[in-house]
Each structure stands twice: as C-alpha cells, then as structure tokens.
Write a protein that binds this ligand. Sequence first.
Ligand SMILES: [Zn+2]
Ligand SMILES: [Zn+2]
Length: 143
Amino acid sequence: MQGCREEAGDREIGLFYSFKYAKYQCRNIMIIKCKKCAHILSETESGYILSVHNENAAGENEDGEICETVAENAEVFIHEDHLPEWVRAEVEESQWTKGKLKCPKCGLKVGSFDFVSGTRCKCALNSVLPSVHFIRSKVDVKS
Ligand SMILES: [Zn+2]
Ligand SMILES: [Zn+2]
C-alpha cells in the first residue's frame, strides 16, 4: 500500500509531528454501508479494496482497451485476507464455497462470494475476479 511509511517515523525520532503525519497517511479507511439501513458493513483500509484485475488497476488490457467490468464499476472487491468479521463468518459457514452476502441488520442482498469456480472477467484478460464483492448499487462507499 502506497503512502504507508511508518518507518519514516523511526528515522525522524523527535519530530513528533512528522511521525503523526506518517501515521495519518496510513489511515486511509474506507467505510462501506448498507444503502437501505446504513448499517456499517465494512471498515477497511482502502488498500484492501481490490481492482478488478488485481495487478492492473488501470483496467486496460495489452491492446489498451478498457475492460468492461472496470468501466461498469458495479462491484467493490474486498481482499479475502481482510474480510469483515461477519463476511468471514458467512464464508466459513459455506466452507469456502459460494454464497450471498446479506446485510446483517436488514437482510438486503449487498454482495456475494465465490471461492469455487470464480467469475471470469468479460474482457480479453479473462482473469478470475476477486472472490468477495459488494454490489456498488446496494452500498454507500465513503473514504
Ligand atoms: Zn441493511
Ligand atoms: Zn477485465
């Protein structure tokens, strides 16, 4: 994750304000709320929000074409090692297969996960999309 340079604080011991600044840089928290009831579904560092192709944040393939999935921007992908507690519980209950994510408070379908086959991207890269996502139209994302 870029901008997270805590070591800068160690090199500048005594300069409290710069250490504090370095810390501040790290705290780029993204809040995902249910659109219906505003229940907080996820509070995660924005670095754990993945792009469609993981390594290709710009969303262009080798020919410079923009990926449809990136352009639609319909999903918010979460890093599977940094899932919110309740999402992790759902995934574990399914024994790491697939399922829907419903808001724990109001039951609105807010996302899904698939650790079985995975969904492939529509674009030429045809890469497997990250396994867990929220549906952007069902949530409010604030950073
Ligand atoms: Zn809700
Ligand atoms: Zn794509």
